[in-house]
Design a protein. Structure first.
Lengths: 286, 417, 387
């Protein structure tokens, strides 16, 4: 009962956003504006390559596959006129989407796998919170409720059904060692603290949380209460995650429309995907 | 007089690279008994179980009593050098390129005549000598006479040096130089006089104790190498393949699961991707480069070393999927040996027992320290062998396997749930 | 049991197919020419030859069997003799009993080989299983390596010097200079011999034969048959052979002849002092010396003294290899062991190509062959007498 009402609310709210699709005429207008160059397309996706660092778990656990390509043929005797490859990767390799079924707290949620997600969730407005200065100063920086409220004082309340994207400029760390930032005590990357996550889920009913780092949770989140609070609360509430995003510094704090459509995998927990944002150009810049 | 090798001069780049040739590779099947023992560094000859006569050259039946019950037995090789010559002309290209050759005929105390290469340190006939078995560049057993007392190195004789793969003054790739075994291997090769050691690492973001100080060695040069990534292997081969003299494949993924202890194949796939497919990728990219330089003067490509495991020979059920991946690697390595052979590049397999690391933590001693395995690698390269079983456990399992492999299978299965 | 005598067994019609260094022909060509020359010289039709003994290294994939169809001969007695330089002697021993018993009337004994630029290497590489397994991999020296071992050992043990061997080689060259068929035409001085290029210490260039293409042949029959066809002949007095003799000698310092030497002279009814010339198997000079000793001409180890006390030209005190021997004529493969027999036959029937040993009544031809591993396994010898 509760779940159904939530879904309906999200659908209703998303219709009230100025830059999001609602009625058919709004949609057509949007597409005309894109064609006319009035909307900038910003690619938020890292290139899927074997060099991109995968998430590393303790060796006793099962590991997520890094991205690998095995060339089938490349205009050679395995295939003279064509070039193609077989790929292997984990569901959570590279820039990827997390579905609620990914976490134990979300395993019984309805429509919680990639093949059952409501497709209207593939497009949603984004609120981009700039924590780049803080993350540069402290790799273990945690986003708090205070940070959220400070952002809202400047940019307005975070609407229900929106993505909250934490900009840290972490994607600019092109050296995999710096990107992973591991030492003897584990990984040190920024993320949200448990209170912040609970707030976004319970008080703002967001669509999901997105980061530039390798996880939606901070690198040291195994030690939080509960461990991995972003995964725990978001997925537990049927919400989503986006990881390894880039170019968040090219998005406005509000107004961007994020398109994130993961692969339709049977009982999928997540997938690499092409995620991009549509950003309306200010009239003056055209 | 024998002298140790000198650092080779830089190669003249506009002269065509010398092509590899081989000594005569043909042997009858019965003669391959000599090769089987030489592969493990031993001299063995056939002995008749009925009359005790020692046979050489190898035969199908006893030359004394015609018994067919001939068995290969280790020999100490002591004997008398009766006569010798120095060959100044040879019909095969390999020998023509390396004239002259000193060979002699030795009468073994055990009672057979053998033709053997004479180490430079052996005096003129007649004199006492000791005969050893070595592998020539065709991978076949040959006999070498050295002075009866003292153990001169094959690598001190400029002709016989080619029967070894001495790491001295050579450029060596250690595929995983970051693991405990890898680090020990790099250090041991540096101590053995290697000129340059490329230290491969797959996951640069992982901090491992000792690695920073290892990279401070003047010979060490860290390179990215992930055997699960074909692109990584290809790019490194493109960059250094034409310079590598010896590949030492230390990369290993070791987990401790049988079948029932783990759900799904993900862990087993990871083991296979490093231990088996990793070897395949590495061989596809580096073997051609080594073969092309197998006769490239004094700084030629000479050897390929795989660190397998005694589990490759007989599966250890507690580490069952790991054993299978090492068995797959062993099988593939035999193909690699066959493909390297026409160029005379030697492929050496090591089969250590449990190593004193995190994955064999629960194995009872005796366990091998990484340093002991590294020493075994260096010794194998300096000697003239291709199958090495370092440590007590490896020797024990090998003996049991050769004696009755089905019994060993049962013994290893005891304690499985 | 005493061996049966060779009553009325004779050899006739000495034939040489001239040697060439290299030939594009196959062995069948040289063997076929040898048979043709035998028939032409003997004026015998091909159909009258009812026995054939063949020796060749390069006839493969054929043996004597293939040759019968190749040459169009129908025989009731056939032997392929794979004993290298002893094949000629062994052919005589086989053919003699065949014609004595009536199993064959006229046996053609032919030996010949072609020689291509790679023949020697290929033949040596696959010479025997023991050579493949235990000798060839050690420098691919072939027989040169094995005989270098023997020569070095003999020199050290018995005090032979290089100029002792040189004396034999120079004498044989002098004999060859009178032989129009010999491949070597230039005089050999002792100085040139001693300073020639090293092959396998202590062997130098002129210690080694030159492999070439060619053939040698003769007929074996009963005396009555030879007379019916008006052929000059030599009588077979005695013949021995021995294989894998003295296997426990650490190094081969004596050949199989030592085993049966007394039997040879007993059967022949003469002694070494009655021999007027020796056609020894001379693949290397040291083997000549072994034959001096093992065929009763001097004691074991006295070879050097024997050499120093004699001269070996056709007009010398001990005529040796009167046509030049293999060392100066050339070694046409398996024909090397027939060369001495054919020359002995020429000397005893007055049909020499080169110089003649005057008043020769008895000759000894010796064969040796097949270094299988570390020693020559086959040996044999025949004593021939003028008619």
């Amino acid at each position: 009962m509760k779940a159904r009402r939530r879904k309906k609310l999200a659908g209703t709210k998303s219709g009230r956003q100025s830059a999001s699709p609602g009625s058919g005429s709004d949609l057509a207008a949007q597409l005309r504006r894109v064609a006319a160059g009035g909307v900038r397309v910003v690619d938020l996706t890292q290139t899927l390559s074997p060099d991109f660092p995968p998430i590393v778990l303790p060796p006793e656990m099962g590991q997520c596959r890094p991205f690998r390509m095995e060339t089938i043929s490349r205009y050679d005797d395995s295939g003279p006129g064509w070039y193609w490859s077989n790929l292997s990767f984990g569901e959570h390799t590279g820039t990827h989407f997390d579905a609620p079924i990914h976490w134990i707290s979300g395993r019984d949620r309805p429509n919680n796998a990639l093949d059952t997600l409501p497709s209207e969730h593939f497009m949603a407005p984004a609120c981009v919170i700039d924590a780049s200065a803080q993350a540069r100063a402290d790799a273990d920086f945690l986003l708090t409720v205070d940070h959220i409220k400070a952002w809202e004082r400047r940019h307005g309340r975070i609407p229900a059904g929106a993505w909250v994207l934490m900009r840290t400029d972490w994607s600019k760390r092109s050296d995999p060692v710096a990107y992973q930032n591991l030492d003897e005590t584990g990984q040190h990357t920024p993320g949200p603290d448990p209170d912040c996550v609970r707030f976004l889920v319970r008080e703002r009913d967001v669509l999901g949380f997105g980061t530039e780092t390798i996880g939606t949770d901070a690198g040291q989140a195994a030690h939080f209460a509960p461990p991995y609070p972003c995964h725990y609360y978001m997925h537990g509430a049927g919400k989503y995650g986006l990881q390894c995003l880039c170019n968040l510094d090219r998005l406005p704090p509000t107004g961007a429309l994020v398109v994130a459509a993961p692969l339709k995998i049977l009982e999928g927990s997540g997938s690499p995907l092409r995620v991009f944002a549509l950003v309306p150009e200010p009239a003056a810049a055209r | 007089m024998a002298e140790p090798s000198q650092r080779p001069k830089r190669k003249n780049p506009i002269i065509r690279t010398q092509q590899p040739t081989l000594p005569p590779p043909a042997r009858s099947r019965v003669a391959l008994g000599l090769t089987a023992a030489a592969a493990r560094g031993r001299l063995e000859l056939q002995v008749c179980q009925d009359c005790g006569a020692v046979q050489y050259p190898p035969r199908e039946v006893c030359r004394n009593c015609l018994s067919h019950r001939l068995v290969w037995r280790p020999q100490d090789g002591r004997g008398e050098l009766l006569t010798e010559t120095v060959l100044r002309a040879a019909q095969e290209l390999f020998f023509r390129e390396r004239l002259p050759w000193r060979v002699g005929m030795v009468r073994l105390d055990a009672g057979a005549n053998v033709v053997a290469y004479l180490h430079d340190n052996v005096g003129p006939a007649p004199c006492r000598v000791r005969v050893e078995a070595a592998l020539d560049r065709a991978g076949q057993a040959v006999l070498v006479a050295v002075p009866e007392n003292g153990r001169p190195l094959l690598s001190d004789d400029p002709k016989l040096r080619e029967m070894t793969c001495d790491p001295r003054l050579r450029k060596i790739l250690v595929t995983d130089g970051k693991s405990a075994l890898g680090q020990a291997t790099v250090r041991a090769l540096a101590a053995a006089g290697a000129d340059l050691i490329w230290v491969g690492q797959a996951e640069p973001w992982k901090r491992v104790a000792g690695f920073e100080t290892l990279l401070a060695l003047p010979q060490a040069s860290v390179v990215p190498l992930d055997l699960t990534d074909g692109r990584s292997v290809r790019e490194l081969a493109g960059e250094i393949g034409g310079k590598v003299d010896i590949v030492v494949n230390t990369a290993d993924c070791h987990r401790t699961f049988g079948i029932a202890a783990r759900r799904g194949v993900e862990t087993a796939q990871l083991e296979m991707d490093v231990n088996y497919f990793g070897l395949l990728r590495l061989a596809q990219e580096f073997a051609p480069a080594l073969k092309a330089r197998a006769a490239d003067g004094a700084a030629s490509a000479i050897a390929w070393v795989n660190v397998l495991s005694i589990f490759a020979l007989a599966s250890y059920p507690a580490h069952g999927t790991y054993s299978a991946s090492k068995a797959a690697a062993l099988s593939l390595s035999q193909t690699l040996r066959a493909e390297l052979r026409p160029a005379g590049v030697r492929m050496i397999n090591l089969f250590p027992g449990p190593i004193d690391d995190e994955w064999d933590q629960l194995e009872l001693p005796p366990k091998l320290s990484p340093g002991a395995v590294a020493s075994a690698i260096v010794e194998a390269l300096k000697g003239s062998v291709e199958d090495v079983y370092p440590g007590d456990v490896a020797q024990d399992w090998l003996a049991r396997h050769l004696d009755n492999s089905k019994a060993l299978e049962r013994e290893l299965a005891e304690g499985s749930r | 049991m005493a061996r049966a005598a060779y009553d009325d067994v004779v050899l006739a019609v000495p034939v040489t197919v001239p040697y060439v260094r290299y030939s594009i022909r196959g062995a069948h060509w040289f063997l076929g020419r040898a048979l043709a020359q035998l028939l032409a010289a003997a004026k015998i039709p091909k159909a009258r030859v009812d026995g054939l003994a063949v020796a060749s290294f390069t006839l493969a994939p054929d043996t004597a069997v293939g040759l019968t169809q190749h040459l169009g001969v129908t025989v009731r007695w056939l032997d392929h003799v794979p004993m290298g330089g002893a094949s000629g002697i062994v052919s005589i021993r086989r053919a003699a009993r065949a014609v004595q018993s009536g199993d064959a009337e006229i046996v053609a004994c032919i030996a010949g080989d072609t020689n291509h630029t790679d023949s020697f290497r290929r033949n040596t590489a696959t010479f025997s299983q023991f050579a493949q397994d235990a000798v060839y991999p050690y420098g691919s020296g072939g027989p040169n390596a094995s005989f270098a071992f023997l020569t070095a050992y003999y020199m050290r043990t018995y005090g032979a010097r290089r100029d002792d061997f040189g004396k034999l080689c120079v004498a044989q060259r002098n004999n060859a200079l009178k032989n129009p068929v010999a491949l070597f035409k230039k005089e050999l001085t002792l100085d040139r011999y001693l300073n020639a290029r090293l092959i396998a210490d202590p062997l130098r260039l002129f210690d080694c034969v030159m492999p070439c293409a060619g053939a040698e042949a003769f007929l074996v029959m009963q005396r009555q048959t030879a007379e019916r066809f008006d052929l000059r002949y030599a009588r077979l007095l005695g013949a021995i052979e021995r294989h894998n003799a003295f296997p426990d000698d650490p190094v081969q310092y004596r050949g199989g002849w030592a085993f049966d030497c007394d039997e040879l002279y007993r059967q022949s009814g003469i002694g070494p002092q009655d021999i007027d010339f020796l056609e020894a198997y001379d693949d290397y000079p040291v083997i000549n010396v072994l034959q001096f000793e093992d065929l009763g001409f001097c004691a074991k180890g006295n070879g050097p003294d024997f050499i120093r006390a004699n001269t070996f030209e056709t007009d010398g005190t001990f005529p040796l290899n009167t046509s030049g021997g293999q060392l100066s004529v050339g070694q046409a493969g398996a024909a090397g062991g027939h060369l001495g027999i054919v020359e002995a036959l020429r000397q005893l029937t007055g049909q020499t190509l080169g110089a003649r040993v005057t008043g020769a009544r008895h000759g000894l031809a010796s064969g040796f062959g097949m270094i299988n591993y570390d020693r020559g396994l086959c040996s044999g010898a025949v004593v021939l007498a003028a008619a």
